[in-house]
Design a protein around this ligand. Structure first.
Ligand SMILES: NC(=O)C1=CN([C@@H]2O[C@H](COP(=O)(O)OP(=O)(O)OC[C@H]3O[C@@H](n4cnc5c(N)ncnc54)[C@H](OP(=O)(O)O)[C@@H]3O)[C@@H](O)[C@H]2O)C=CC1
Ligand SMILES: O=C(O)[C@@H]1CCC=N1
Length: 270
């Protein structure tokens, strides 16, 4: 499996998670332009590295594309001849680029899966949304599912627009939680707590809440009520969140996120 842009944030997290889960590092090649960065990454993970994309994909059955959306067209066009001749399974991790664009850039008939992972893949708790284009076989789907399962949970969506919904929930979602944690840490420090203590307590609380929510047989609304004593402290805090419009704000932010993914598709060089 060859990851183009493999030492980057997203592919690096997927590769790190795959290797940690037992996938043989020897079967993975990461490519990049920055030789030192690639070297450090390969040393850390045990995978092979190359600064030559064309040489790296020479015999690849699976090519994972993980460069920034802005660099995707040029990168695909540079691989097109080889990819359209050999037709490996191409899995793209990019947000905001529709399958139709890859078909233009790589040539028709190449099996392409759009995958939308998230960075918690690095610690095996990732979420990957998947969408299969034309010509993707069950065998291809099982390869993509295996990659996703190795680093967390997978969800196949039926419509390509489902990928934008996945981005709004889980692709970008880790950053929403990091923002919330950052705000809690800042507030606790402002209130007089030592920053390191604030960080430790905030992170453990986030971890505990997520673990409890996954394990519990009641929904998150009930778990929230379980923390709220009538006329107690939590009720006062939650009232402030609700009066401040947090639920609406979350809905708007997720809407903006999905809208940005759709907008990015219109900004592509044709
Ligand atoms: N970050 C995230 O949480 C998520 C990102 N994504 C998607 O993943 C993709 C990558 O994002 P992210 O990892 O954040 O970005 P990064 O910039 O961290 O990673 C991109 C990598 O691509 C490499 N690269 C760029 N051009 C080339 C090229 N021509 N040949 C080989 N390698 C190249 C860069 O290497 P070098 O520095 O050596 O140039 C860099 O390491 C994006 O398309 C994004 O939409 C999807 C889900 C979540
Ligand atoms: O912010 C972005 O565009 C990428 C896609 C999902 C998470 N990061």
């Amino acid at each position: 499996m060859v990851f183009i842009g493999g030492a980057g944030n997203m592919a690096g997290a997927v590769i790190g998670g795959m290797v940690a889960s037992g996938y043989p590092a020897d079967n993975i090649v990461a490519t990049g332009r920055d030789e030192q960065k690639l070297k450090d990454f390969c040393k850390r993970t045990g995978v092979h590295g190359s600064t030559d994309n064309l040489a790296a994909i020479e015999e690849a059955d699976v090519v994972v594309l993980s460069v920034k959306p802005q660099g995707m067209k040029a990168m695909c066009e540079s691989l097109a001849e080889k990819v359209s001749a050999r037709k490996p399974l191409v899995i793209t991790l990019a947000a905001g680029i529709p399958l139709a664009a890859y078909q233009r850039w790589l040539g028709a008939g190449v099996p392409i899966v759009r995958a939308m992972p998230n960075t918690p893949a690095l610690v095996g708790t990732g979420v990957t949304g998947l969408y299969a284009g034309d010509g993707v076989t069950d065998e291809h789907k099982s390869v993509a599912t295996q990659m996703a399962d190795a680093v967390g949970i997978a969800l196949w969506v039926e419509q390509e627009s489902g990928i934008d919904q996945v981005i709004a929930v889980s692709g970008s979602g880790p950053a929403y939680y990091f923002q919330f944690m950052e705000s809690m840490i800042d507030a606790a420090e402002k209130a007089g707590m030592d920053r390191a203590d604030a960080e430790r307590l905030t992170l453990q609380t986030a971890l505990g809440a997520a673990k409890l929510a996954v394990a519990a047989d009641v929904d998150v609304a009930q778990l929230k009520r379980n923390v709220m004593s009538p006329n107690g402290t939590t009720e006062r805090a939650i009232k402030r969140f609700q009066e401040g419009g947090l639920p609406q704000l979350v809905e708007q932010a997720m809407g903006d996120c999905a809208a940005r993914a759709a907008e990015m598709a219109n900004e592509l060089d044709k």
